[in-house]
Design a protein around this ligand. Structure first.
Ligand code: SF4
Length: 285
């Protein structure tokens, strides 16, 4: 088999989506879909949720060990792989070390309730065994927006889970969605999201402007007029308000979707003014 054929043999989909800062990380497909699968804006969880067998994972590791034997960081593919039991995660990690002895760190996507379902001892053990970071879509700090979009978590649960990750030494990269409250709740989305983020210690905040995906419940709400979708300019104004109100430290803030074509990026708090000026420039202020 060619390298291309070997890669194709271990991934379900032709395109692999890795979050920012994991582009060079070796991906291992561990599950498909999302165990929650209810958020009304989400188009990422089209697959039916399933966890791959250890046999299938072992076969993928065998292939990866021949293709990328030197890699030291691995990303477990799947919308929320951290929902797996601690025992299952540990057995996959152990297997990965057998086939790829140069591995040192693991990262994956997680929901907030996946973290809350684990004990502090579990989190510490998982950190000790190599889980270095989780990528988490927290989306908003507003409980009413979270409930309306069926996210299935509250902002207090988010803070609790992230502070427990701090204690365990597991880093976290957060995604938030400006525009998720529509025009009506835009101010609330910015202020309450900043308030929530200021209580935790994200390594990175990635703003991902709301996009309406055809076929999602939110798309239908926008079609029938019950959701007042914002324009890209309105969304970036909301994001400006969010940045103004952030007091996080040692945190890289970025948005790769500004006005649908620009990227802004800067460390907080040092480059807060740079970020605000960049937005003002793009808005022609
Ligand atoms: S938790 Fe994430 S992947 Fe799952 S439905 Fe919600 S947004 Fe989609």
């Amino acid at each position: 088999m060619t390298r291309e054929e070997l890669y194709q043999s271990i991934y379900t989909h032709d395109t692999i989506y890795l979050p920012p800062h994991e582009e060079g990380t070796v991906p291992l497909e561990v599950s498909l879909g999302c165990s929650w699968h209810k958020c009304t804006f989400c188009d990422f969880a089209r697959d039916t949720f399933q966890i791959h067998s250890l046999e299938k994972i072992e076969q993928s590791l065998r292939v990866l060990s021949s293709l990328r034997p030197e890699d030291s960081r691995m990303f477990f593919l799947g919308e929320n792989v951290f929902c797996l039991s601690t025992e299952r995660l540990l057995s996959i990690i152990e297997l990965a070390y057998v086939y790829m002895p140069n591995l040192k760190e693991f990262a994956m996507y997680s929901r907030i309730d996946d973290i809350l379902s684990k004990t502090d001892e579990d989190l510490l053990l998982l950190r000790k065994k190599g889980i270095e970071a989780l990528h988490i879509g927290v989306e908003s700090g507003s409980d009413s927006i979270l409930a309306e979009r069926k996210k299935g978590i509250t902002s207090a649960q988010t803070v609790e889970a992230l502070l427990r990750l701090d204690k365990a030494g597991i880093a976290y990269y957060l995604t938030v969605i400006p525009g998720l409250g529509g025009q009506t709740y835009s101010y609330m989305n910015a202020i309450e999201t900043a308030r929530m983020l200021n209580k935790v210690h994200p390594r990175n905040i990635w703003c991902l402007k709301l996009k309406l995906w055809e076929g999602t419940p939110l798309y239908k709400e926008a079609q029938n007029g019950s959701f007042d979708m914002m324009t890209p300019e309105q969304i970036i104004r909301e994001e400006r308000l969010l940045i103004q109100n952030l007091s996080v430290t040692d945190c890289l803030f970025e948005d790769t979707t500004v006005l649908d074509k620009y990227t802004i990026r800067g460390m907080l708090p040092e480059q807060k003014d740079v970020l605000l000026h960049a937005i003002d420039y793009l808005l022609g202020l």
